[in-house]
Ligand binder design. Structure first.
Ligand SMILES: [Zn+2]
Length: 412
């Protein structure tokens, strides 16, 4: 009998199951609210969903039965509070995980990530990237499969972050400029094959690393609450950008939007691998800083770490200071152009750009304000990214998305 034809008056014979039938459409939104920390209690969940207390209770109970969240019916009352505290909601500590994988210019890494963007386990990072994508992706998936075996966790799917634009719908890594991979490698298909071959269930996804960092920061980090979030970051090499609009990544018509690395910020600058000259990619990345400071890059650690350490520990050295300021000015010029075009309500910076911001926040903010068109643009908050391994957490978000969209459909 359909709910519509049910002749019983509302409220009569209402079991938890029939309440949930009405609330099933609320399961996904409810899970997303708990996942992103926006519904810490059942009272807040009820208000956010705009449903009755009974429906919110049934929805929370079903998510708990699915092993996704924990409902604490007897939380300790906050000091000085009166009345009975609302049931506390949190993601299940021992719930399912997504397999997250990242490949960058200096190596690769695998991790298991639970709801709430929590990294449950990581495999030691490798520092070699083979020119054959199938070999690298095979190794990173094997590392992830090892973690799944060790922890015994259920896996909802897998996500991969790569330092390249990923063309949709085919999932091709179009410009892995800092890897020796062939341009146009079908990374998503290769990754999906390796995931299947390792016996891991769930769908496999792949996307650009900075896009994924932005998504993770929007849900769990410095981008929370922003409506038009612009993220600009250095990977280990080069510069990437991403835009999150109303909670979803803006990836353009074929996944290639926000290639901010090839915005020219120095017309007389050094040649870029894209064929142009003076792009952010070569003027504001870790190698650019080391070169500007007159330091020869060493082989012993990643360029990102070397550049970061230089600013953090040798900022008193005039050469380092001048190089840092020159990179801040170029980055600011690029950000000002992006502000004029995109009108974001918040900018977050990752990788070396976060270190540049922290070295001299006033200088960077002044360049952006001076060079952008709208008076108000001077007021766009510019903040550092706050999550460790945000590209890995973002890769997991891709794998979690089907569960967030329809928890019952994805898990039962
Ligand atoms: Zn370029």
């Amino acid at each position: 009998m359909s709910g519509k034809a049910d002749p019983r008056p509302a409220g009569e014979g209402t079991t938890s199951r029939t309440r949930l039938d009405r609330g099933r459409g609320a399961l996904g939104p409810a899970l997303e609210l708990v996942h992103t920390g926006r519904a810490p209690t059942r009272a807040v969940l009820t208000a956010e969903l705009g449903v009755t207390r009974a429906t919110a209770g049934a929805v929370a109970a079903e998510l708990e039965a699915l092993g996704l969240i924990r409902v604490d019916a007897r939380p300790g009352a906050a000091a000085g509070s009166q009345g009975r505290p609302s049931h506390r909601l949190s993601v299940a500590e021992d719930g399912p995980v997504a397999l997250a994988a990242q490949v960058h210019a200096d190596g690769f890494r695998a991790a298991l990530v639970g709801l709430g963007g929590r990294i449950v386990a990581t495999a030691p990072g490798s520092e070699v990237v083979d020119a054959d994508p199938a070999k690298v992706l095979g190794s990173v998936v094997a590392a992830g499969a090892g973690l799944l075996e060790e922890t015994g966790r259920r896996c909802v799917g897998a996500g991969l972050a790569v330092p390249s634009a990923v063309a949709e719908p085919e999932g091709l890594a179009l410009n892995p400029l800092h890897l020796a991979w062939p341009a146009g490698a079908p990374v998503r298909e290769i990754f999906a094959e390796q995931v299947r071959a390792a016996g891991i269930t769930g769908t496999a996804f792949a996307a650009n690393d900075v896009n994924l960092a932005a998504l993770a920061e929007h849900r769990h980090g410095a981008g929370r609450g922003s409506r038009d979030l612009l993220c600009v970051a250095t990977g280990h090499r080069g510069v990437g950008g991403a835009l999150v609009l109303d909670g979803r990544l803006h990836s353009g018509s074929s996944g290639l939007a926000l290639e901010v690395g090839h915005l020219a910020v120095n017309p007389e600058g050094r040649p870029c691998h894209c064929g142009s000259r003076g792009c952010l990619d070569v003027e504001a990345d870790p190698l650019a800083l080391l070169t500007a400071a007159g330091r020869a890059p060493g082989p012993e650690m990643s360029l990102l770490k070397q550049a970061d350490d230089l600013i953090r520990h040798q900022y008193d050295d005039p050469e380092v200071r001048t190089a840092t300021e020159s990179l801040i000015d170029r980055l600011g010029l690029g950000l000002a152009g992006l502000v004029n075009i995109l009108n974001p309500d918040r900018i977050i910076l990752g990788g070396l750009h976060r270190t540049l911001l922290e070295a001299d926040p006033d200088r960077l903010r002044a360049v952006v304000a001076d060079r952008s068109l709208w008076g108000r643009s001077g007021g766009v908050p510019i903040l550092p990214c706050t999550l460790d391994h945000n590209s890995l957490v973002g890769a997991a978000e891709l794998a979690w998305q089907p569960v967030l969209d329809d928890p019952l459909g994805a898990l039962v």
